[in-house]
Design a protein around this ligand. Structure first.
Ligand SMILES: Nc1ncnc2c1ncn2[C@@H]1O[C@H](COP(=O)(O)OP(=O)(O)OP(=O)(O)O)[C@@H](O)[C@H]1O
Ligand SMILES: [Mg+2]
Length: 369
């Protein structure tokens, strides 16, 4: 999940908009706390400019301002997709009931009256910042679930359709099929079923990562041993394609990360390298020490990746999958999961590729302290 800033522990930014310096001073003093960052604007236009630059988490907006009053500022914020969801609290005089009602009609979440009561102001600010975090995380969760369901309905439905059609073929022709033909069809059913199960496993893994229900136990790990175990388990598939699968990982390189996640990432990258490298190619897993991180790279001499596909490879809603050099099938979820898991461990992932020359996929993981 690309957590919201607030969830990531970033300090929320509160923008105070008032044309009266004294009011700004008072509000600033009341909200001057280590857990907030404050920004200030002295008129409506300045407020709009500042909002577009810093995207605050909450706006305290004075109603009565010359040129562009607070209501107009709010109207414009609500018209703009990018600023629509920023909660606005109006600042108004106690007696101005009409102002208060107009404020709510314009989409404000609350109002505070002058003169300010410190504890009330802080309570309202806290409540609305917390509500914003909750709302954003709910929105993200819904978006994730929607993506999840659209993939399930599209890909899984497709796979089951194929399996079912094979079964029907057998049922309708069982009296005429030779043993060989029957075996072939059964093999197809087996392959598609396995692929469907892989897809389901990956999807569930991804969904667990999205909802934070992931087993995460980072520990000190020797990179060489991990990559060696993956290389060993995939060596047979590589040698079937006469591919030379090699490691040049440094013996003393260690990372602090979750073992299962790192294994999944290396396995996916090496599998991809094998899949997209033709006969007699070469694949090397290597490691490099960087400032506080170890960079692990899987380089192949394979088919390479088209430039305009590069940006979509890590996105679940733009799944890219092409068959391997020997028609190996995939679901286009491997790299999405890799990115998820690398970032979960505090690292980065990237790809460099040249068509018909080869591809290097690298990722970083933090070193142990
Ligand atoms: N080493 C590589 N060389 C060339 N193309 C690659 C390489 N790695 C990935 N790709 C391209 O990126 C696509 C997405 O890779 P990804 O691992 O996400 O999915 P997949 O391998 O197709 O399926 P899955 O991993 O879900 O079984 C691949 O289908 C392929 O087009
Ligand atoms: Mg893959």
């Amino acid at each position: 999940m690309s957590n919201t800033d607030a969830q990531k522990g970033k300090k929320p930014v509160i923008l105070i908009v008032d044309d009266v310096p004294r009011n700004i001073q008072v509000l600033g003093a009341l909200l001057n706390k280590p857990e907030y960052n404050l920004a200030v604007a002295m008129n409506g236009q300045q407020a709009l400019d500042t909002v577009s630059k810093i995207k605050p988490d909450l706006i305290l907006l004075d109603v009565m301002m010359p040129v562009m009053d607070g209501h107009e500022v709010c109207r414009r914020l609500k018209q703009n997709e990018a600023t629509r969801d920023i909660p606005v609290i109006f600042i108004t005089a106690k007696s101005e009931t009409d102002d208060i009602i107009t404020g709510f009609e314009l989409g404000a979440v609350d109002y505070i009256t002058k003169p300010f009561i410190g504890s009330e102001l802080i309570a309202r600010v806290k409540t609305h910042l917390a509500l914003k975090v909750t709302k954003e995380s709910l929105q993200e969760e819904i978006a994730t679930k929607n993506k999840f369901f659209s993939i399930i309905s599209h890909d899984l439905r497709g796979s089951f359709g194929i399996i079912l059609s094979f079964v029907q073929l057998i049922q309708e022709n069982k009296d005429y099929l030779s043993t060989e033909e029957l075996n072939e069809l059964l093999e197809d059913i087996g392959k598609t079923s396995k692929n469907t199960l892989d897809l389901l496993d990956n999807l569930l893994e991804w969904a667990r990562a999205q909802t934070g229900r992931l087993n995460f136990n980072p520990e000190k790990l020797p990179v060489k041993a991990l990559s060696a175990s993956i290389i060993q388990s995939l060596n047979e598939i590589a040698s079937n394609k006469n591919i030379d699968l090699d490691s040049s990982v440094e013996t003393d390189h260690e990372v602090f990360a979750d073992k299962n996640m790192v294994l999944l990432v290396i396995r996916n990258l090496v599998s991809n390298a094998i899949k997209f490298t033709p006969q007699k190619g070469k694949i090397t897993v290597s490691s490099f020490s960087e400032d506080g991180f170890v960079k692990i790279a899987v380089a192949d001499s394979g088919v390479g990746i088209d430039k305009n596909k590069m940006d979509s490879l890590f996105k679940i809603d733009m799944k890219v999958s092409t068959p391997g050099t020997e028609n190996e099938q995939g679901n286009g979820l491997g790299l999405v999961l890799c990115k998820e898991f690398v970032e979960h461990n505090g690292g980065k992932i990237g790809i460099e590729s040249e068509l018909n020359k080869g591809t290097t996929v690298w990722f970083t993981l933090p070193k142990p302290n």
